[in-house]
Design a binder for this molecule. Structure first.
Ligand code: SAH
Length: 242
């Protein structure tokens, strides 16, 4: 089963964009995942294919019409399609590695990209859209947010990243930020390597990495260390980094 992404947008030319490059791009060309875009404007109203209108109740900006968006969704997504229907939105549930894992475990995602002030609330309910945010800041449209979400998904698809596919040690995967990485040269501008990493003692290396991960998480993201802190601290197995 390949991961299928369907994106509804006023700017289909923004896709695959960065996802056409590097490992995601190779995976796309190799059929490990697929991407289709749907131009919302094809369902616009009248000769000018109007997709937006001024906000009910007044105020600045324009709002994407619910009828136009619903028509675009209905044309792009069959009624029996089980994929989650997402709306990129700063009001949404914050995107997390757990959510990404869930998406990848399924058949793919349908993503609606907002523009302007946002979309008419009624279509969110009427078409069962789940709002997803990529962070507490405002973008000019949902396209880059969709690319971020898809990038996080695609790298977890088996085969896309080769050996590293499980990503089990990445930041957030075990409730911790990742430990620091080092490579050659052994000495650089007077800075050496942490001694544990030179020891060849795998248990010691694993212990050092776990301690570093815990330290960094305490310092930078104490919010990740909830009540069940102990449970979340999973010892890291040593592994080869490319
Ligand atoms: N007026 C809205 C922001 C609209 S920004 C508000 O205050 O909530 C225009 C579009 O960009 C949104 O409809 C959404 O699709 C996208 N967008 C902006 N910021 C985003 C974010 N942090 N995460 C996901 N999508 C975002």
């Amino acid at each position: 089963m390949t991961f299928r992404a369907s994106v509804l947008t006023l700017y289909p030319e923004m896709f695959p964009g960065p996802l056409g490059h590097s490992l995601a791009g190779e995976g796309l060309r190799g059929g490990l995942w697929s991407l289709e875009t749907h131009q919302i404007r094809e369902h616009g109203i009248g000769r000018h294919l109007k997709v937006d209108d001024s906000p009910a109740g007044g105020g600045a900006g324009m709002v994407l019409r619910c009828d136009v968006l619903a028509a675009a969704i209905d044309a792009a997504v069959p009624a029996d399609d089980t994929r989650p229907r997402l709306l990129m939105s700063p009001r949404g549930r914050p995107l997390s590695q757990l959510m990404v894992r869930d998406f990848v475990a399924g058949a793919g995602v349908v993503i609606v990209c907002g523009r302007f002030e946002g979309v008419d609330e009624r279509v969110i309910e009427g078409r069962g859209l789940t709002e997803v945010s990529i962070g507490d800041y405002i973008l000019s449209g949902g396209e880059m947010a969709a690319l971020v979400l898809l990038d996080a998904c695609v790298r977890l698809i088996p085969g896309v990243m080769g050996k590293e596919a499980s990503g089990a040690e990445e930041s957030f995967e075990n409730g911790l930020l990742e430990y620091p990485h080092y490579t050659r040269p052994r000495e650089w501008e007077g800075r050496g390597l942490p001694e544990a990493l030179l020891s060849g003692d795998h248990a010691r290396i694993a212990r050092w990495r776990r301690e570093q991960a815990e330290r960094l998480t305490r310092e930078r993201r104490p919010d990740l260390l909830g009540d069940d802190q102990e449970k979340q601290v999973v010892p890291n197995e040593p592994r080869q980094r490319r």
